[in-house]
Design a binder for this molecule. Structure first.
Ligand SMILES: C[S@@+](CC[C@H](N)C(=O)[O-])C[C@H]1O[C@@H](n2cnc3c(N)ncnc32)[C@H](O)[C@@H]1O
Length: 233
């Protein structure tokens, strides 16, 4: 499978770019330089990252308050306090979380974070192989698919090209989610700043951090189409 993040500090990674935007310290010069070029064109990108994290926090709290006790965080990213587990366990101390990411650096950070957390697991897995991810989650015994679960896909589907069929990924998860489950998706659309998009693509060309490129960029219409096509059969 191509576009898989490695450990090369000279190649930007979406996890580390995101970490820097959120004020984290787990990033390299190459990531910081890419962010500074982005901020020159679109200074509100940092605010967007903060708002996106706030949305994730509010959503996890709201969902936990409905009684959901298990969460699957797909494309979890480098942990930012508060992370999904911090928020969910505040509402429900027995909450369980599977943190999934295909970046080995994210996996190492999540693993370290989870050392003293029962009911949580970090999986190095690629959502473009959703059935493998589901099998790994089942093997970890962290999530009981017989019970409702919240599946979080925030800021991750943009790294899945149309050819890789994002709707099939969504559908694979919907098929194993028990009634009463929640699916949370956030995603950029072509309403996003055009210049910023071009800058991001130039900065991350041929790396795993490269988002889907025009003309195949997810338009608002395509996002709706994906949602419709991901319906369970
Ligand atoms: C922009 S960050 C979003 C982090 C977090 N979900 C949030 O909303 O704050 C995108 C994350 O998705 C991960 N990612 C990208 N493509 C992936 C894939 N195919 N499978 C698993 N994780 C992926 C990246 O490594 C990165 O950590």
């Amino acid at each position: 499978m191509d576009r898989v993040p490695g450990l090369n500090p000279n190649v930007p990674a979406s996890s580390r770019i995101w970490d820097y935007l959120l004020g984290g310290k787990d990033n390299y010069d190459t990531d910081r330089e890419a962010v500074h070029r982005m901020l020159t064109i679109a200074p509100d990108t940092k605010m967007l990252a903060d708002l996106s994290h706030q949305f994730l926090c509010r959503t996890v709290e709201s969902v936990a308050k409905t009684g959901i006790r298990q969460f699957i965080d797909l494309g979890a990213g480098i942990p930012t306090f508060p992370d999904v587990g911090d928020l969910a366990r505040k509402i429900e101390p027995s909450a369980r979380v599977a943190y999934v990411d295909n970046d080995p650096i994210v996996h190492a950070h999540c693993d370290a974070l989870l050392a003293d957390r029962p009911g949580a697991t970090a999986l190095l897995a690629d959502i473009r192989c959703p059935h493998d991810v589901i099998d790994q989650i089942k093997t970890s015994s962290t999530i009981d698919f017989g019970e409702p679960v919240a599946v979080l896909m925030t800021g991750v589907l943009g790294y899945v090209t149309r050819d890789e069929q994002p709707e099939a990924i969504i559908r694979a998860f919907r098929e194993v989610m028990a009634p009463g489950s929640y699916l949370v998706i956030t995603h950029a659309t072509d309403d996003s700043n055009e210049d910023l998009r071009h800058q991001m693509i130039a900065d991350t060309e041929n790396t795993p951090a490269q988002p889907e490129v025009p003309p195949k960029w997810w338009t608002g219409g395509y996002a709706a189409e994906v949602a419709a096509r991901s319906d369970r059969s």
